[in-house]
Write a protein that binds this ligand. Sequence first.
Ligand SMILES: [Zn+2]
Length: 338
Amino acid sequence: MDYPFEGTPEPGKKFTVCEGIDWIRMPLPFALDHVNCWLLGDPGSQVLIDTGVNDKNTRDNWQGLFHDIGQWPEHLLVTHFHPDHMGLAGWIGEKIAGELLGSDIEINTAITLYGIESEDYESIYAKWYSCNGLPQSTCDAVRSNGNTYKGKVFSLPEKARWRLLSDGQSVKLAGRDYRVIVGRGHAPDMTLLYREDDHVLIAADQVLPRITPNVSVMPQLADNNPLQSFLHTLTTLEALPDDTLVLPSHGKPFKGLKQRLAYLKRHHELRLDEIWQACKQPCSAYDLFVVLFSRELDAQQTSFALGETLAHLHYLEQQGRVQRVMEGAIARFVSTNV
Ligand SMILES: [Zn+2]
């Protein structure tokens, strides 16, 4: 894989990566310490893609950047509902007069999650942890977390404000044509943008250069087999030319899309085999953590780890390679001999 740019932009500063696209890197208060946002076009007709989380640091960085530019962007597009992409949609939405763009499903997901009462949000997680075998202390600990989605997201713009995007649609942004490619598995209906003219892909979290995108079953989301959805999208992306400049939401812009897609597919195949092997004895998702994760997990990583383990188990289950057995309220999975 080829990384055309040596450094990374300072927080709140922009760096041009190709004609009409600037790269902005916003800090994140998580183990994953940054998110990339993209600014399309020239002042007066600019489109900002993604926002970072709702914290003072990120808001200050945007204030500084758009002060330097001399004005706020015209329009905002969000790729998916996660707080590091959509956390400031409401705050930026208040400052701009133009359109807010995003997928119907992603916007609805954000609005639904944002509206869940803290107590209900905690219960959803406590129950999910408990029926997947997590220790009682971990289940109890979520009881004081509140609505962790809302905690990172500024009050959302109302639904009527959004212009909705869908798969295959052609959309003009800052005077250039982009094709919407929907990415599934990491988020339910993530917007990727492909610029046919010069082979540029704004890839959101579907293809990242150094880390594998989180693919999780989540207790509040409908997709019961997100790994299948994710692998299906990777196959769709194989049709793009290999000289495509990929602009990922985390890490550096790169070329070598086909190689990265092949790696990601292989990674999940190996994980699936590992889990299938480990399930010779019936295992809860939690029992598999020791097989899959070598490090201590913090609260956010625990929920990602469970979601990711379940994504592989559900995939295997639907292939007939594992079977679910209930032991009281706890789900365990055991491999079959196929
Ligand atoms: Zn994401």
